[in-house]
Ligand binder design. Structure first.
Ligand SMILES: Cc1cc2nc3c(=O)[nH]c(=O)nc-3n(C[C@H](O)[C@H](O)[C@H](O)COP(=O)(O)OP(=O)(O)OC[C@H]3O[C@@H](n4cnc5c(N)ncnc54)[C@H](O)[C@@H]3O)c2cc1C
Length: 407
């Protein structure tokens, strides 16, 4: 057993913990991050397999997230952007086009005449994106009651636009096809998607925490914390560390708190390289299919697949039946969605199931973090379930600590 005293100990090197350490470190406050895993990043991970980059659960970085720009030199990620908008699979190979008219004027004709809804839907979406362009993410204060589904129902979009675009797109972002998240969150995200682009870093999503870790001070990996007490933490290896302040940046379920989580299942398929693959999401308008959406990450960021190969990522809203021929079921579904490729040439590369992907929305919080004596609790579950939320929680907690410490 050994004892050391630290100014601030942060438990968890997820995005929130890293951001908190970065901000404190910049002010000359001594920090130590304790992380149980062998690398920093938490829920943002990328694994390599046979030369492919597989993000652990399909996720994207929105370049309009203001907290991301504050946290890292964005250019160092060497991102490539998805097209702004989506293709919508309306069944039997019928593709509809929903692209940002100003960003993709070359597709304006298709977007006008093959839109997955009515002209009124298109105008309403444009109007909403403009109306909410300055929406502030402080929506969690007193705005929990109205859900996205209620708000959308009140806007009277057509069923084809709801099923073809709104449900698979935002259902995929929220990991909740029922769109039960607060309407204010939807409005803010809509504006973020409209004003920015979804992108993928050259080295996968894990490049974001890897870059942050360089400026986050000391990090001890492979070091699980067993117990947190006032001013001390007990490690699994029985070591005790002392600190003036303790920041608990573990995820909601690792803190042992109760609540609802949203899970996700991503299938990665590999196939031969193809020309002219779409650089956008392909949304599935069929509400009875387990496939919510798919895309070809390597068509956007070619580092995601080795030369001569392409990577397809499929997000499922419910698991496939555990049958031996699950891939055959999948192929026939994919054929109906996007018949332009020969799905017989694709094989399953990896199945990634994340049971605790996103926490439920916090109820009635007015801060982006929580305090209890000399202990702070941070993370996406304290604010809103996104990368931007986790970053903001870490930053605001650090700024609060800086005021307390008087640095
Ligand atoms: C599949 C998926 C898709 C997503 N898609 C998007 C997206 O497209 N856009 C978006 O903005 N957000 C997305 N998110 C959400 C985003 O990734 C999270 O909001 C964010 O990463 C949460 O960061 P965090 O630091 O709050 O928590 P975490 O990343 O969970 O960090 C907690 C850290 O604490 C560590 N820890 C836990 N227990 C201990 C212990 N006992 N001792 C030491 N360390 C411990 C963990 O190992 C982990 O590193 C997605 C998430 C998932 C899983």
């Amino acid at each position: 057993m050994s004892q050391q005293r630290h100014q601030v100990i942060i438990i968890g090197a997820g995005i929130a913990g890293l951001r908190c350490a970065q901000v404190l470190h910049q002010k000359g406050i001594q920090t130590l991050i304790i992380e149980k895993e062998s690398e920093a990043g938490g829920r943002i991970r990328t694994r390599e397999k046979n030369g492919f980059l597989l993000d652990e659960g399909f996720q994207v970085l929105l370049d309009s997230y203001e907290e991301v720009r504050r946290a890292i030199p964005f250019a160092e990620l060497h991102t490539k952007t998805f097209d702004s908008g989506a293709l919508v699979a309306a069944g039997s190979g019928n593709l509809r086009y929903a692209f940002h008219p100003l960003r993709h004027p070359d597709r304006l004709f298709y977007t006008l005449f093959r839109f997955p809804g009515t002209l009124s839907d298109m105008l309403k979406m444009g109007w909403m994106a403009l109306k909410y362009r300055h929406a502030h993410p402080d929506f969690w204060k007193n705005v929990q009651k109205e859900t996205t589904a209620t708000f959308i129902a009140g806007a009277h979009f057509s069923p084809s636009f709801y099923l073809g675009f709104l449900r698979p797109f935002f259902g995929g972002v929220f990991l909740d096809p029922n769109l039960g998240l607060p309407a204010a969150y939807f409005r803010w995200l809509l504006a973020k998607f409209f004003s920015g682009s979804a992108c993928l870093p050259e080295k996968g999503m894990a490049a974001l925490p890897a870059l942050m870790a360089k400026t986050a001070g000391e990090i001890r990996l492979n070091t699980p914390v067993r117990e947190i007490n006032e001013g001390t933490i007990l490690l699994e290896n029985k070591e005790i560390l002392e600190a003036d302040w303790i920041v608990d940046a573990r995820s909601f379920q690792d803190k042992g708190e109760k609540g609802n989580f949203r899970n996700t299942l991503t299938l990665y398929l590999e196939g031969p390289a193809q020309k002219d693959l779409p650089q956008s999401l392909i949304l599935n308008a069929d509400p009875f299919s387990p496939i919510l959406h798919l895309c070809f990450p390597s068509a956007t960021q070619n580092s995601y697949a080795p030369p001569g190969k392409c990577l397809c990522s499929i997000t499922l809203s419910s698991p496939l039946p555990p049958e031996e021929d699950a891939m055959a079921v999948m192929r026939s579904g994919l054929q109906a969605i996007y018949p332009k490729v020969n799905w017989e040439e694709f094989s399953l590369l990896e199945t990634i199931e994340i049971p605790y992907a996103l926490p439920a929305f916090p109820q009635g919080n007015s801060l982006a973090f929580r305090t209890e004596g000399r202990k702070l609790s941070i993370g996406d579950h304290c604010i809103y379930p996104s990368l931007n939320g986790a970053l903001r929680s870490g930053r605001e907690a650090a700024e609060w600590l800086i005021r307390k410490i008087g640095a």
